[in-house]
Every structure is written in C-alpha cells, then in structure tokens.
Design a protein around this ligand. Structure first.
Ligand code: CP
Length: 332
C-alpha cells in the first residue's frame, strides 16, 4: 500500500508517470478505474479547488467521494495517544481512520498547521496519524506541503516550457495581510528542484526562509538533477533571467504564535507584490500561483490578466493530476 503524503517519498520518474497520465486526462481520456470505489475527503480547513477537483475527479473516474469536515459535520477528532478524552474531541483518529478504511478505498486529508508552534506543526501529526492507522492509501490535500499542487504546477511548466531541466524558476515571497501557510512554498521548492530547474528563492530576509528540511531537499535535488539553487533578497537579481515566476505569501517561521511581533516586518515588505515592472525584468517569464490570490495584494490586476499568467491552467491541472493519482493508488 502506497501513500501520497509528500513528493519526497516518490522518485522523479514516478512523479513524471503521474504527470504523463494527467496529460492523457487533459487530452480527453475517460477511463473509469474507480467504478464501485470511493474516497473520503477530510477537510479541517476550507477549500474551493481541492474539494471541487477531488469530488469531480472521483465521479469522472466512476467512483464516489464523501466529504467530511471533522468538528463541523463529523465528530471532532483526538490525535494524542493515551490521553483522557475529556475535552471537545468525541472520537480518536485510531477509530476514525480504521472505520473510514472499511467504507472507502482512499482517504484524503487537508489539515493546515495550527500556527502556534512551528516545532509542533512541522511534525505534520494529523496526516501522519491517518497514514499510521488507515488501512487504505492516504493522500495529502495540503498540510505542511501541498503535493497535489506540485504535480499541477509541474504539468503546467512542462506544457508551457517543455523540458524543465535548466529552465529558470523563481519562487517569490509576497506580502499578505495574514501570515499564511508555508506549504506551497515548500512544495514549489521541492518540485522545481526535483525536475532539474534552476531555482531562485526570493524573500525579504532570512526570517522568511522556509524550514531547513525543504531548503536541504532543494539543495540536494539541485545537486542530483544538475540544477542550481539560490536564495536571494534582491528583487532585481531574482527576476533577472526568470522564465517562470511563482508567487506565494507565508509567515516567518521564527514568529509562529507571535504574529503581532512579525507584523511590522511583514508590513515593511508590501513592495514584494508581483507587478508588470518586475515581470519586465524577467526573461519573458510566465506567472503562476496556486490560488486563491488577493488581487493587487500579491500580484496586480495587470499581471493576473496578462497572457503570461497561467494560474488558471494550473488550477485546471489539479483535476487531471488527482485523477492520475487516484488511478495509480487504486491500482495497487
Ligand atoms: N490551491 C488550492 O489548494 O486551492 P483551495 O485552497 O481552494 O483548495
């Protein structure tokens, strides 16, 4: 039995095989390998794209998706082992994961960090608990990484740029009024470096660096795949030569749980917004974002409405890559 918790557990060749199958779905293939099968979609956080694309994808493959929001329309869950459950949780993940495994053939989980202590959140305990106790494959729908988004991004890069090796990828931090999850930033670094791209990470200062785990993997993949990995705080240098600009906002990890202390530093960096002037510094770069995106906060209207913005293509790809993923996991 195979899980899809992080792309770090899958080889480049295996991920390429998923993307190749996703391209077949994009081109109109209509197999129904999920006939009579089902997937439980557990959302601890809101979603537009992930919920719609998984639910629709399961239906298009001939299967059925059950959407549950623990704590809202399903019982609140406990994850601590050996605890006295005299708080709000009515059910332990041990029973929940096993029961869902008796009904469903796949379990998918979205569980964002709690944003109180990164040392706790980086353990990714919710999805790891499901993976430990489930008796069917578990899929990550975004926790501290967003591996389905990674596949959609790489499918998009390959469609628009061709072979990714040696192409210049820029991940830029942007301002946002709230401190956001680092998951998509971590994921963008993983997938771009794993596919041999020259990756630049632009952020205001060292406090905004993602977890060393992902920086380390990006460096390792760059070494293995013949790409380069560079961190910069210089906007002009970052955009120079870029062929694919990917934007995301995230909170500074050292300030997890102390966001009022981070606020002045974040406020001082509103100018990291992606605008036409910065895009003009690039090598005719494409622009994308995982969405949702606040217009004129992370990127300007002009960038989002430009021909070089391929964010909607990436969102569409979520449907195709997840159909490829469900097909693959059910085949084993
Ligand atoms: N990109 C993404 O995961 O979108 P949702 O949060 O709407 O699912």
């Amino acid at each position: 039995m195979r899980n899809f918790l992080t792309t770090a557990d899958w080889t480049r060749e295996e991920l390429q095989s998923l993307i190749d199958r996703a391209v077949e779905f994009k081109n109109g293939a209509q197999p129904r390998p999920m006939a009579g099968k089902s997937i439980a979609l557990l959302f601890f956080n809101p979603s537009l794209r992930t919920r719609t694309s998984f639910e629709l994808g399961a239906w298009q493959l001939g299967g059925k998706a059950i959407v549950l929001s623990p704590g809202k329309d399903a019982w609140p869950l406990e994850f601590e082992i050996g605890t006295v459950m005299d708080g709000t949780a009515e059910e332990h993940v041990k029973e929940a994961a096993k029961v869902l495994s008796r009904y469903c053939d796949l379990i998918a989980v979205r569980a964002f960090p709690e944003f109180r202590d990164w040392n706790v959140d980086r353990e990714d305990r919710v999805i790891k608990a499901f993976a430990r106790y489930a008796e069917v494959p578990v899929i990550n729908m975004e926790t501290i990484t967003h591996p389905c988004q990674e596949l959609a991004l790489m499918q998009n890069i390959q469609r628009h740029l061709g072979k990714p090796d040696g192409r210049n990828f820029l991940l830029t931090w942007t301002w946002h009024p709230k401190p956001l999850n680092t998951a998509v930033a971590n994921s963008a670094l993983l997938i771009a470096s794993k596919f041999g791209m020259n990756v630049k990470l632009l952020c205001p200062n060292e406090e905004y660096l993602p977890d060393e785990r992902y920086l380390g993997l990006a460096k390792r993949y760059a070494g293995e795949q013949g790409g380069q990995f560079e961190v910069t705080h210089d906007i002009q240098h970052a955009y120079s030569g870029a062929e694919f600009v990917y934007a995301k906002s995230w909170g500074a990890l050292p300030y997890f749980g102390r966001w009022e202390e981070e606020l002045p530093m974040r406020e001082a960096n509103r100018h990291f917004i992606v605008d036409e002037k910065k895009m003009a510094l690039s090598n005719n770069a494409l622009f994308s974002h995982c969405l949702p995106l606040r217009r004129n906060v992370k990127a300007t209207d002009a960038v989002l409405d430009a021909d070089y913005c391929v964010a909607i293509d990436e969102a569409e790809n979520r449907l195709h890559v997840q159909k490829a993923l469900m097909t693959e996991l059910l085949a084993h």
